[in-house]
Design a protein around this ligand. Sequence first.
Ligand code: XMP
Length: 513
Amino acid sequence: MHERILIVDFGSQYTQLIARRVREHHVFSQVVPAHLAHEHLGDDLKGIILSGGPASAYNADAPVMDACILDAGVPILGICYGLQWLCHHLDGKVVPGGEEREFGFTPLQVLKAEGIFSGVNPQTVVWMSHGDRVEKLPSGFERMAQSSSCPEAAIGDDRRKIYGLQFHPEVAHTREGATILRNFLHWVCGCKGDWTPGDLAAELIQSVRDQVGESGEIVLGLSGGVDSSVVGAICQQAIGKRCHAIFVDNGLLRAGEREIVEGTFLDHFDLDLTVVDAADRFLEKLAAESDPETKRKIIGHEFIEVFREQAKRFDSAHFLGQGTLYPDVIESVAAHGGATAVIKSHHNVGGLPDDLEMGLVEPLRLLFKDEVRELGRVLGLPEEMVARQPFPGPGLAVRCVGECSPERIQLLRAADAIVRHEFESRGEHEGVWQYFAVLTGARSVGVMGDLRTYEEACAIRAVQSSDGMTADWVYPSRDCLQAISNRVINEVRGINRVVLDITSKPPGTIEWE
Ligand code: XMP
């Protein structure tokens, strides 16, 4: 039995990020919806974190939670809405912020540099995102930190060990957020940190076993990327050869991809692998289609059709295994059924039909990329597999702006191979999240020899990121850029211009479509 932290979800986009931060401190956590929180108290519980959320604590439609959690006898940390819930249910008062709404980076002055603020710089920077504010503190509470427009930016009652933060310590923009959370977990809750990536692997293996039962079989969509490879390793340890890996050559793969995947798979897995040659059917369906979301939906749909066909070969293959990660989920679905925008339909989330008739096995659904890499290492996957740059499920299609004719995909594939080779041979790929070529859809006039050309423009896209949810662009060396430019223009007939993409995320996204 491990030490346990209960994370109560009030509907924040950041709830899983809180869970991830708790895991980073090697503490096991459990995320539960607010109305069920009271069912999850117990002897192993070391503390409770209340998430943020879109509601107002004083409104009738605010999420309901049994106030008995206040008497659970363990420390409580309320974040944003969580802080406001505490104030509202103790004898404090929460009011609309009016002009004093705060969003984004905010300087914070720490007034009490002890307990959760132990070791935190007295002048620090935090990430705020709130409309309401606390007007009156509950009795027994004191102010621990303030910002210029939010006097009660952090509050606490040391006697009852209940604390509240108006800002978000879980987002990377809060400079000392990790220290604040560590202080809460280790010093206030007394957690020793007994939860390791090995424990997580064992739990995920067991969850797959429980889900598919004694005789169920899984058809696993293997892309060669780290996510589906890690799912493969989990399934292999969970159910052995009852997992059937399917690698679909959809005609949208990078140069050499199929050979690399087949080679590394055979070297490191003891599962049966089927390679399905489906390039023609994908490219035919995509012909003349240039809308990004439609392209994604077509590809997602076609993948599912292939997997369904493959599943018919096995008697009990009632499950589809996928390497879906948390960022795929959060960007593909409108969170909480509310007004959150769908950014992109990630193919393994947004392309699923209602009548799939297969259970989904997605053990990584709540994890972030770097956690999955760590898990891959724990499961014994080789570094060349674990450290591969992410490659999107819809493949080169989302880097080929406009129509995906076989000829244009081939141009992109050739340019991409050059970009990758120049980054890797110079060691400039180290620490870079992704580096690839994009066929921009623009055409421009050039002159080669003495002749006019009118050809495609290719962009170099290289970004730095920790989870794909935000990213900064990378500036490759001049030598690297020059080599890519010369080689692409000389070697790839049909591209006469190379540009560098200097857009971060947000406001851009990493892929162009
Ligand atoms: P964007 O373009 O949304 O990409 O900023 C964020 C990260 O996700 C990858 N990506 C995908 N991965 N299926 C995937 O498995 C998809 O449909 C998909 N779309 C984008 C992208 O390469 C980047 O790492």
